[in-house]
Design a protein around this ligand. Sequence first.
Ligand code: NAD
Length: 256
Amino acid sequence: SLSGKTAVVTGSNSGIGLGVARELARAGADVVLNSFSDRDEDHALAAGIAADFGVNARYIKADMSKGSECRALIEQAGACDILVNNAGIQHVAPIDEFPIDKWDAIIAINMNSAFHTMAAALPKMRAAGWGRIVNIASAHGLTASPYKAAYVAAKHGVVGMTKTVALETAQEPITCNAICPGYVLTPLVEAQIPDTMKEYDMDRETVVRDIMLARQPSKEFATVEQLGGTTVFLCSDAAAQMTGTTLSVDGGWTAL
Ligand code: NAD
């Protein structure tokens, strides 16, 4: 059980981050949710987790595009035994047309935030004598697709940073690993289905199988619960000698 541990999950008011936070809470961890907004519904998500799983749950606003706010999130959390770097955005464009502000935002949120949160969290993990860092990278941390230069660069960067931190903590009771999801059915992905159906004049099933899951051999989405379960596994004693590695949850994408 992760009872007595505090988990900070960046970008966790929707999608994978929220699913990961829920599975960590189910395993007994206290959780800190985060995003850049500060709405009643954000705080209600934390209250819901506390009620569902009988753990402490808080929501802390911090913008992961800003290094100072990344570090402030970890300080405000107090304890940080488990750090899940999950916040991320996407933009798709050919490199010669890629908007500079989108490039900067993707590199900041998807990659630099992990540098800042890990730097702030490691002293806390060392003081506690235990720590787990799980970076939510992507199949695009291991392979590329056209038009996703910033995302692919950031996710490869996260995988590289994961290996470096694993080496720096190798002789301590701290591990640092990356999970590389293929397509996961989050609200973000779900919302793209109707437009894609119109664009290609296809039914839902065909869009999902032939367009969205074209590169995912299983022809099924991964779920946020599966990503949460993989995170809980990486926090378990069974994974204590796993560090600096990547776990693909991609229905065979990177085996192709
Ligand atoms: P999502 O849009 O549902 O979640 C992204 C989260 O990040 C949200 O909670 C959002 O509020 C938060 N966020 C965005 N900008 C932020 C900022 N500046 N500061 C703080 N929080 C911010 O998308 P998701 O699919 O759940 O993605 C989560 C992570 O998983 C991302 O890193 C993404 O790259 C990665 N991923 C997703 C998929 C997929 O198919 N959905 C596949 C591989 C990797």
